[in-house]
Design a protein around this ligand. Sequence first.
Ligand SMILES: NC(=O)c1ccc[n+]([C@@H]2O[C@H](COP(=O)([O-])OP(=O)(O)OC[C@H]3O[C@@H](n4cnc5c(N)ncnc54)[C@H](OP(=O)(O)O)[C@@H]3O)[C@@H](O)[C@H]2O)c1
Length: 260
Amino acid sequence: MIDFKTKYGPWAIIAGASEGLGAAFAEALAKRHLNLVLIARRSDKLEQLSHKLRDNYPIEIINHSIDLADFEQTKLFFSELSIDIGLLVYNAAYAPIGYFENIPEHDLDQIVNVNIKTPLLLTKLVSAKMIEMGKGGIVLMSSLAGSHGSPKIATYAASKAFNIILAEGLWNELKRHGIDVLASCAGAITTPGYTKAQNAKEAPGTLDAATVAEKTINALGKGPTTVPGTVNKVARFFMGRLFSRKFAISIMDKNTQKLS
Ligand SMILES: NC(=O)c1ccc[n+]([C@@H]2O[C@H](COP(=O)([O-])OP(=O)(O)OC[C@H]3O[C@@H](n4cnc5c(N)ncnc54)[C@H](OP(=O)(O)O)[C@@H]3O)[C@@H](O)[C@H]2O)c1
C-alpha cells in the first residue's frame, strides 16, 4: 500500500478554498502532509486560512487570488507553476437561486464557466501532468442535486450532473495511468454559502464541512462517485432507484422552494 502523500502529493491544488468545504479540504489534505495551492477570489480569507494551516502542519502553501469564471487567468497561473500537482480538488461553484425565467443570462454564463468550463479544462491541464507522473487524483465536487432535475436551481443541478458523468468516464479512462477520479455527490453541508441560501431548518442528513471533506478524501481511489453520509446515501437510493423521475423531481421541488 503506498501512502497518501506518495500517491497524491507532493502538491494538491484546491480550487475554491477560501471558506466552507474548500477550507475543510485544505485542512484534510494538510493533515496528510500535502503542500497546498489554494485558489479563490478573496485573498484575505486565503491568507487567514494558510496562517492557521502553516501553524499546525509542516507544509508549504501557495495562495492565489483568481476568478475561476475566467479560465484564461487559471491557465496562465497554472502555466507559471513549477511544482508537481498530484491532486486537484475542484470545489468552487456558482449557484444562483430562482426560477429559470428570472435568472439573467450573465448568471447562466457564470454557472457554465465556474461549474463546467473551468473544472473541465483544469482537469485537462492537471491530468496531462499526472499522466507523465503515472499517478494522481482528481476530485470534482458535485451534489445530490446533480442526480435529477431540481426546480429553482435547475442550471446549477444540471452543471453538477455534468461533473458526475465526467468523473465517471474519466475514472475509467485515467485509471490505466494510475490516476484516481472521483465525483463527490454531497447533500446539504453547513457552509457559509448554504447557510445564506437556506431559510428554514437544516435538511435531513446535513453534515459539517470537515466531515464531508474527510469522507470524500477517504473515498478517493475506491470508485467513481461517493455520497458522503448514510442519510444521503439512502436518499440517493430512493430518489434514483425506487422513485419515478416525476416523483423525485416533485420531492426536490418541495425542498428547494424554501431556498432564496
Ligand atoms: N453547501 C452545500 O450544502 C452543498 C451541497 C452539495 C454540494 N455542494 C458543493 O460543494 C462545493 C462547495 O460548496 P460551499 O457551500 O462550500 O460553497 P461556498 O460556500 O459558496 O464556497 C465556495 C468556495 O469557492 C470559492 N469560489 C466561488 N466562486 C469562485 C470563483 N468564481 N473564483 C474563485 N473562487 C470561487 C469561494 O471563495 P471566494 O468567494 O473567496 O472566491 C469559496 O471558497 C460546491 O461545489 C457545491 O456545489 C455544496
